[in-house]
Design a protein around this ligand. Structure first.
Ligand code: MG
Length: 159
């Protein structure tokens, strides 16, 4: 059977941090704040994978309170989540994600993000979709206070 998981994440934008999305460092005067590299896109995808198998959220598996995860690359966390899903008999089918950011413009970087994520997920590039959406100046995202991401993942498991 095929199961679907959903993931959402949001991090604040601050001065003096790199902006890492989907494992790609995007040129930007400001970056996302968080315990790890704060890669909001990779976190949303990891949560979607966990959600597909009802394995809880990312914080349950990689607690903020654990110093081992300070500054860690979120691709490393995603790799661990893929291993967990695989160990439960899951086979990842595809991922579709959207990043909500007022700035910077992400279009030139989306293919690079999809490539890095596909490598980490062990999927062909045509099974990993990364899209970007402008919040059109509305709300906290429109005021550039943060960047959000949403993702769905589908996973095949034995019925
Ligand atoms: Mg996060």
């Amino acid at each position: 059977m095929t199961r679907v998981g959903f993931g959402f994440d949001l991090h604040p934008l601050v001065d003096g941090r790199p902006l890492v999305l989907g494992g790609v460092t995007v040129p930007s005067a400001r970056g996302l704040d968080g315990h790890s590299d704060a890669d909001v896109l990779t976190h949303a995808i990891a949560e979607a994978l966990l959600g597909a198998l009802a394995l809880g959220d990312l914080g349950r598996h990689f607690p903020d309170s654990d110093p081992r995860y300070r500054g860690i690359s979120s691709l490393a966390l995603l790799r661990r989540v893929v291993e967990l899903v695989t160990s439960r008999g899951g086979r990842l089918v595809n991922v579709d994600a959207t990043v909500l950011a007022e700035a910077p413009r992400l279009a030139p970087h989306l293919d690079g993000m999809a490539k890095r994520l596909a490598e980490t997920l062990g999927l062909d590039i045509d099974r990993v979709s990364v899209k970007a959406k402008s919040p059109e100046g509305l709300g906290l995202l429109g005021r550039r206070e943060g960047i959000a991401a949403m993702a769905v993942a589908s996973v095949e498991v034995a019925a």
